[in-house]
Design a protein around this ligand. Structure first.
Ligand SMILES: [Zn+2]
Length: 259
């Protein structure tokens, strides 16, 4: 009888020891995994701290909302999921919510905004460009002068941010009632809507895309009405640092080379 008890006790002890060994391995594994993760993430943070300027947004140049379209960069062939806004205009469905919030916030501040242009097809841009060139010729300019003047305000077909569905031309309704869709730089810039937008648009992810003093970089003259969606984080960063989207992409490139 005693032998049986001793046997059971030995077996029990053996099981406990084996279980104990496995259990402690398990525990080690569990402990090690997060330790590895936290180590690598802290290394990453360190790398970011040393390479990235303070508060630099954690984004990639290929992010959908950061696409760079300008005179040097044409739009790529891509399908856009468009959604209607303000009656008959269309925007990339991903920015409808932000745009509506922007309009609502303006309304609350007693500024009624009117979007006068949103998504454009390449052929519509072609029509706008041709119309502007003819009008300039009618004013007495040579064809070359008319084209040059046109491209200060209008991007060449295929090179407009409006093709992305991520840009809006927006003015206040008082201006719209007076001038309609005609965009007079000085009059728009001094309107209540433009002043409100300049101060508040970044809170909704939009930037004034062609600011005053940056014409050499954007290659488009100051447009107080053209706002581009880049997302809230980047919009705020650009405003705080006085950067255009071109300059931001340049920084992203530099950081990628440093990494
Ligand atoms: Zn525009």
């Amino acid at each position: 009888m005693r032998k049986i008890f001793t046997c059971i006790a030995i077996i029990f002890l053996a099981v406990m020891i084996v279980y104990g060994i496995f259990f402690s391995f398990d525990k080690k594994d569990i402990k090690q995994k997060p330790a590895v993760v936290s180590q690598s993430s802290s290394n990453q943070n360190k790398a970011e701290d040393s390479d990235h300027p303070k508060n630099f947004p954690n984004v990639h140049s290929t992010d959908w909302n950061l696409q760079l379209v300008n005179s040097d960069n044409a739009v790529s062939d891509q399908e856009i999921d468009l959604e209607i806004i303000q009656g008959n205009l269309q925007l990339d469905a991903r920015i409808i919510n932000a745009t509506q919030k922007l309009l609502e916030a303006a309304e609350k501040a007693n500024v009624s905004l009117q979007i006068i242009s949103a998504y454009r097809t390449i052929s519509y841009q072609e029509q706008l460009v041709q119309k502007e060139i003819y009008q300039n010729i009618a004013k007495g300019m040579t064809k070359a002068e008319a084209e040059q003047q046109t491209y200060r305000l209008l991007s060449k077909p295929g090179h407009s941010e409006h093709h992305l569905g991520l840009a809006i031309d927006v003015v206040d309704q008082a201006y719209y009632r007076q001038y309609g869709g005609q965009l007079l730089p000085e009059e728009v810039a001094t309107s209540k809507g433009a002043i409100w937008l300049k101060e508040n648009a970044a809170n909704f992810g939009f930037i004034l895309r062609y600011p005053q003093g940056k014409e050499k970089i954007t290659k488009i003259q100051y447009e107080a009405w053209h706002y581009r969606y880049v997302g809230e984080e980047v919009a705020k960063y650009l405003i705080q640092n006085g950067l255009t989207l071109e300059e931001f992409h340049e920084k992203l490139k530099q950081l990628k080379m440093l990494a």
